[in-house]
Write a protein that binds this ligand. Structure first.
Ligand SMILES: *Cc1c(COP(=O)(O)O)cnc(C)c1O
Length: 409
């Protein structure tokens, strides 16, 4: 039996569909974000990263790095066990308290990643609710889709951010059926935001529970960085908030926060929580430092929004096809997988600008894009250089520009 052929066939399929992924070998330079070294096939080069999810540069903040180093030096590296078997260490307990406070909830529970928190969190919650019907937004992240799938219960998909469709499904389910609404607050490929107030209204009216992924909003929105739910004043109406420590908090790990009995039940039943080693103490201390800093410092949030707005304005004025976005995400429309990959390659090789192409299946076919994420540290000079580089690449690939007068509208 030629087993290799199975894998080669699978890989060739990706090459044929122009969605074989190539990773850039990067080395970030602490204190110089967004500058990094790219270990290219032809040697090392300095590049500017324009697609990092370390949205606020907290992964290099002196307080965060300091906390990580101090804790590793004091208590060592690994947790040494699962939560149940010697792995519940003090920095982790402190971090869970910090997260519960961030979201104004009774308790929180930490997982290895945001992915795992959705996958094992959603499936465990839904399995504990008899005859649960899951109502899931059409554009939910893969980790939520996997959580819903593993729940094994009935699920219905509502059109993206369409509260009228959600209401139809809630009515059809009837008042006696337990229902779990699963959605994100900020969808990171388009940069649009869910109508959380209306979703909470519906959940209360029709007796549904709500599970909200705030992965792309925690740290960045709300007066204390609690997310869109905090910004919109609906945090207390959301049953379960899920977030990551790996994006704006610059570390690693995921969590859910909610009422004590809900969190205790997930703690007690979720396989993806129980049967894996706890996060290392140094990571937990670093995450706590990042959360604490962002609870009181607004500088990063304000500067982040300012940089995103300027990037959108400069690129739009240059005639580049910036897709409309209400948030810090700046998607640039390409609409072709081959050209999207080529644009990304040219930016990196000719201009030292790193923006990973976003192709199917992350986004729908025909909507391939460059997803740009300005941070507080992308200064005016970097933004202007980005616009200039993009114009050259657009010209080289024959990609369309808007009329400048139209773009200004
Ligand atoms: C990145 C992401 C996750 C996963 O979080 P990690 O901590 O990176 O595993 C979950 N949900 C959404 C919407 C994401 O974009």
């Amino acid at each position: 039996m030629d087993y290799s052929q199975f894998f080669n066939t699978a890989l060739n399929r990706l090459h044929d569909e122009r969605r074989y992924r190539v990773f850039a070998d990067l080395e970030r330079i602490a204190g110089r974000f967004p500058h990094a070294t790219w270990h290219s096939p032809r040697g090392s080069r300095n590049v500017v990263i324009w697609c990092s999810n370390d949205y606020l540069g907290m992964g290099q903040h002196p307080k965060v790095v300091g906390a990580m180093v101090e804790t590793a030096t004091r208590v060592g590296t690994g947790a040494g066990g699962t939560r149940n078997i010697a792995g519940t260490h003090h920095p982790l307990v402190q971090l869970e308290a910090e997260l519960a406070d961030l979201h104004g909830k009774e308790a929180s529970l930490l997982f290895t990643s945001g992915y795992v928190s959705n996958q094992t969190g959603i499936s465990t919650l839904a399995k504990l609710i008899p005859n649960c019907l899951i109502l899931s937004d059409a554009l939910n992240h893969n980790s939520m889709i996997e959580g819903v799938r593993q729940a094994g219960c009935e699920r219905q998909i509502f059109r993206h951010n369409d509260v009228a469709h959600l209401e139809e499904l809630l009515i059809a389910a009837g008042p006696d059926r337990p229902k779990l609404i699963v959605c994100e607050s900020l969808y990171s490929m388009d940069g649009d935001v869910a109508p959380l107030g209306k979703i909470c209204d519906l959940a209360e009216q029709y007796g549904a529970m709500t599970y909200l992924d705030e992965v792309h909003a925690v740290g960045m929105y709300g007066p204390r960085g609690g997310g869109i739910a905090e910004r919109d004043g609906v945090m207390h109406r959301i049953d379960i908030v899920e977030g990551t420590l790996a994006k704006a908090f610059g570390c690693l790990g995921g969590y859910i926060a909610g009422r004590a009995e809900v969190i205790d039940a997930v703690r007690s039943y979720a396989p993806g929580f129980i049967f894996t080693t706890a996060l290392p103490p140094a990571i937990c201390s670093a995450a706590t430092a990042a959360i604490r800093h962002l609870k009181t410092s607004n500088w990063e949030r304000e500067r982040h929004q300012d940089r995103a707005a300027r990037t959108k304005a400069i690129l739009t004025a240059a005639g580049l096809p910036v897709m409309s976005s209400d948030t810090h995400i700046v998607p640039l429309f390409v609409g072709d997988p081959e050209k999207c990959k080529r644009a990304s390659d040219l930016l990196l090789e000719d201009h030292g600008i790193y923006i990973q192409p976003i192709n199917y299946p992350t986004v729908a076919k025909g909507t391939e894009r460059l997803r740009i994420t300005p941070s507080p540290y992308h200064d005016d000079g970097l933004i202007d250089a980005l616009a200039e580089a993009l114009l050259q690449v657009w010209d080289r690939l024959g990609l369309p520009l808007h009329q400048k007068s139209l773009a200004a509208e």
